[in-house]
Design a protein around this ligand. Structure first.
Ligand SMILES: [Ca+2]
Length: 604
């Protein structure tokens, strides 16, 4: 090869290298584009919500206490199936059933020994499939309760992982988290030692008999702590996907997920390990079942919704206290009004600004991702009655069912069932008093069961004036009739462009320190609905900057009037917290609220 030819050859190689580099860049570019598309796709899948969710009000059923079909004293699935019509008539088209799977019931079924089998006391898998089918016939959807963080210590997975010889553990050595020896503690996690042949202590999630499943550690300080991307952690995630697919394929419409924030240990404050884990679990499931819905017990919606959940609960956190607690549960004793500082307690003097200071930031951070869901109560919290009166409950329910998000009604709250001071049942402790049998009518056992009273799962409320469905059903002034009207009103306005759909805008119209009323606007471009509340014992007048041509009253409690008033006004208006509001003038809509009143108005 001559010098010249070599030079040309080098140049060609250079050119070719250049072409190759260019081609590589193109390929890299394409690969990146492809990955971006995959990511976008993944995000779309994760943050896609089931079509039916926007028009759903959920009803939580504690299965052992709802309806007993075979007179053994314990509620069951055939009993619930028979009562679906009642739930549908109330306006609730979603049902969340607390765990109904095989269990030793030391934590009321949150200690599962077989995820794929209905506990015999509730019926059979076929009964559950029949329940799905009947619900779908009625236009309803059913969420099961998924407990992914731990199992019962009787679960076959745990039994296998407890064995001394690794060869006997059926490949489940690392399904749970075991320390290096029975004498090595849990390194800041709760643990149990000395219960197994295996030479290790196991990490627990809640009670001692609830060993934590292994989703890995974000930060590993010990040799036995495995990373989130370890094969063992992926094996656990796949086991959970298997459970979800099993029930979704049988007609289940989604899951409420217990302690959803607890999966990854040594997680950071942002829960990045647990969020990553949920994305890995939910992405394929949501791809396969785009009409399934998922709600987390997490309580930090900017995290849980980013992880792929459609909804997160605004839980009762009394130790903070959070906004939900400030609204309805700011009391030292849940049976006694002494010193009750809840906003909805008539004589509390509380204003809505502390609630808003907690709520609005969380709402703003999460509203584009899904629902921050209000609850009337749940199986872990004391019921609001009898501490709150029926009148106070009406006002509280008005807020809970007209704020943004998909709301949840706890069984019996629609008739004002009362929290009771009861001894522990199946690990319920202070929660037991919120789990008593549903009160259907005035017959024996309040119509819950044909069993002798002493065989009931929990005693029926013996009070002579204990509320029941039959007594309230035909009384237009009953709490049940009010709840029926409130949910019907919501459904009249929860269509795709309507103001009470979960994602419609929220604007704070009036909330002031030292002032009892709370007024807010729900709106879309097509519709505006104003909700005005006065939980206090004095008459209140609120002048707002809202403009409208006509006011249509939709529902009220007590005296509530709303007019497009032009008179001058000297009192406070707007909201002195962080929300934005219309500040143009003060001579707009005027609201007059009698003691303990509320009004819902459509503004045109
Ligand atoms: Ca039964």
């Amino acid at each position: 090869m001559s010098q010249r030819t070599k030079k040309n050859s080098d140049r060609r190689r250079t050119i070719n290298r250049g072409r190759q580099a260019s081609a590589d860049r193109t390929m890299v570019g394409m690969a990146q584009t492809h990955t971006d598309a995959q990511n976008t796709n993944r995000q779309d899948v994760l943050h896609h919500h089931a079509d039916w969710l926007g028009r759903t009000v959920f009803y939580e059923v504690y299965p052992q206490s709802f309806a007993d079909s075979n007179a053994d004293g314990i509620g069951d699935l055939p009993g619930l199936t028979e009562k679906l019509g009642y739930i549908r008539d109330l306006g609730c088209t979603g049902v969340w059933i607390n765990p109904c799977f095989d269990s030793p019931f030391r934590d009321a079924g949150y200690d599962i020994s077989d995820y794929l089998r209905v506990a015999p006391r509730y019926g059979t898998n076929e009964d559950l499939v029949r329940l799905f089918s009947k619900a779908h016939d009625l236009g309803m959807h059913v969420l099961l309760d998924l407990v992914p963080g731990h199992t019962s210590d009787r679960h076959p997975w745990f039994r296998a992982s407890q064995k001394w010889d690794p060869a006997d553990r059926q490949g489940l050595s690392d399904r749970y988290i075991w320390t290096g020896s029975a004498f090595e503690n849990g390194a800041s996690m709760p643990f149990v030692a000395g219960e197994s042949d295996r030479d290790g202590a196991y990490i627990t999630n809640f009670f001692a008999f609830q060993p934590a499943l292994n989703y890995g550690y974000l930060r590993q300080d010990k040799p036995w702590q495995q990373p989130v991307d370890s094969p063992a952690a992926e094996s656990t995630r796949e086991a959970i996907r298997h459970i979800m697919r099993f029930w979704l394929s049988k007609g289940c419409d989604g899951f409420r997920v217990d302690m959803a924030d607890s999966l990854v240990k040594n997680d950071d404050d942002d829960k990045s390990g647990t969020i990553d884990t949920w994305r890995r679990i939910l992405t394929p499931i949501k791809q396969e079942y785009p009409q399934a819905a998922f709600v987390s017990e997490w309580g930090r919606p900017w995290q849980s919704l980013a992880a792929g959940f459609d909804m997160d609960f605004y839980l009762d956190w009394g130790w903070v206290p959070n906004g939900y607690n400030l609204l309805v549960r700011r009391a030292k004793n849940q049976l006694d009004r002494t010193g009750d500082e809840s906003y909805f307690t008539a004589d509390s003097d509380a204003d809505p600004t502390a609630f808003l200071a907690d709520y609005l930031g969380q709402y703003e951070r999460s509203k584009d991702l899904g629902s921050f869901s209000f609850i009337t109560c749940n199986h872990d919290s004391p019921r609001l009655a009898p501490r709150l009166t029926p009148r106070e409950l009406r006002l509280a329910y008005t807020l809970l069912l007209t704020m943004p998000g998909v709301p949840y009604v706890y069984y019996g709250d629609e008739i004002g069932m009362r929290y009771r001071n009861l001894p522990n049942k199946e690990g319920g402790y202070a929660r037991t008093g919120s789990r008593t049998p549903m009160q259907w009518d005035g017959s024996a056992n309040a119509g819950f069961s044909q069993a002798p009273a002493d065989r009931l799962y929990l005693p029926v409320d013996p009070a002579g004036d204990a509320p029941n469905v039959a007594a309230q059903k035909d009384d237009p002034d009953s709490l049940l009739s009010f709840m029926h009207a409130l949910i019907a009103l919501r459904h009249d306005h929860d269509g795709p462009s309507q103001a009470l759909r979960p994602s419609a805008d929220l604007t704070i119209v009036f909330a002031h320190r030292g002032h009892r009323p709370f007024v807010y606007l729900r709106s879309t471009e097509q519709e505006r609905i104003l909700v005005a509340l006065n939980p206090g014992t004095e008459e209140e007048n609120v002048q707002t900057a809202l403009r409208c041509k006509a006011v249509t009253p939709l529902l009220h409690v007590g005296q509530a009037r709303c007019t497009a008033d032009k008179d001058g006004y000297d009192g406070p208006d707007g909201y002195d917290g962080p929300a934005t509001h219309d500040t143009e003038g003060r001579n707009g809509v005027r609201i007059e609220l009698g003691p303990q009143s509320m009004g819902i108005f459509q503004l045109d």
